[in-house]
Design a protein around this ligand. Structure first.
Ligand code: MN
Length: 227
C-alpha cells in the first residue's frame, strides 16, 4: 500500500513480562459508574442507561511526565480500572464477557472539568473535555492469565502523597461484564479495544508539578507527574 505520507504508528500498550505489545483499536469510557462519584457530581444514582464516551487511541499516554493540555483552568484526575479486550463481537452476553478480556491496568481519565461542565450545560459533546492529547495516562497491561479477573480490588489515587480517591472495584454500578455487554450492543467490539471503567469519588484538580501514584490492588500501579 502506498500513502502520500507516512501513516501514523498504531497505538499500543506494553504488556508486563512480555516483549510483545498490545495493539490498541479504540478507547471506550463509561461515566457515572460509582455511586459516591455520581453524587459528588450532583447526579442521580438510579441505574438506568450507562453513559459512554470515547477517547482517541493515541490519547493513551505511557510516559511518566504528562503534559498539561492547556485550555482549562480545572484539569481533574479520575483514577480508573482499565480492561483490554483480545476478542470482539456484537451482543456479547455478560456471562461470556470476561472471555473477551486480555488483561487489566490502571489509568487516569484526565478531564477538563470546566469544559465538561459547559458541555453538559449546553448539551454539547465532551470531546474537548475528555479526548484531548495525553488525556489517558495508563499503566502496562497485566494479562488475566497472570492476575485473573479481579472482582474485588482496591482502586486508589494519591497526589503528592495524599490519598485523593479510594474505593473497591466491587462498588462499580455496572460491572465489567455488564459494561462489555452494553458496549457490544452499541458498537462491534474489536480485539484491541480498551475500556476505562469509571472513577470513584474524590475527583479533583491537578496542577503542574503534582505527582501521583495510582494503584489497582496489587495488580497494577501508575506513577506520573503533570508538567
Ligand atoms: Mn472517567
Amino acid at each position: 500500500m502506498d500513502f502520500p505520507f507516512a501513516p501514523p504508528v498504531p497505538a499500543s500498550l506494553p504488556i508486563r513480562g512480555e516483549a510483545r505489545r498490545f495493539p490498541v483499536h479504540r478507547v471506550y469510557c463509561i461515566g457515572r459508574n460509582y455511586g459516591e462519584h455520581v453524587r459528588e457530581m450532583g447526579g442521580d444514582t438510579a441505574r438506568s442507561t450507562p453513559v459512554f464516551f470515547m477517547k482517541p487511541a493515541d490519547a493513551l499516554w505511557l510516559e511518566s511526565d504528562v503534559p498539561h493540555p492547556g485550555a482549562t483552568s480545572d484539569l481533574h484526575h479520575e483514577v480508573e480500572m482499565v480492561a483490554a479486550l483480545h476478542r470482539g463481537g456484537r451482543d456479547i452476553a455478560a456471562g461470556d464477557a470476561l472471555d473477551h478480556v486480555y488483561g487489566y491496568g490502571v489509568g487516569l481519565d484526565l478531564t477538563r472539568r470546566d469544559l465538561q461542565n459547559r458541555a453538559k450545560a449546553d448539551g454539547a459533546p465532551w470531546d474537548s473535555a475528555k479526548g484531548f492529547d495525553a488525556s489517558a495516562p495508563v499503566s502496562a497491561l497485566v494479562p488475566a492469565g497472570v492476575c485473573g479477573h479481579p472482582r474485588q480490588a482496591a482502586l486508589t489515587l494519591e497526589v503528592n502523597g495524599a490519598l485523593r480517591q479510594q474505593a473497591d472495584i466491587a462498588q462499580m454500578i455496572w460491572t465489567l461484564p455488564e459494561i462489555i455487554h452494553e458496549l457490544s450492543r452499541l458498537w462491534t467490539l474489536q480485539p484491541g479495544d480498551v475500556i476505562f471503567t469509571g472513577t470513584p469519588a474524590g475527583v479533583g484538580p491537578l496542577a503542574r508539578g503534582d505527582r501521583w501514584r495510582a494503584a489497582l490492588g496489587a495488580i497494577a500501579t501508575l506513577e506520573g507527574r503533570l508538567v
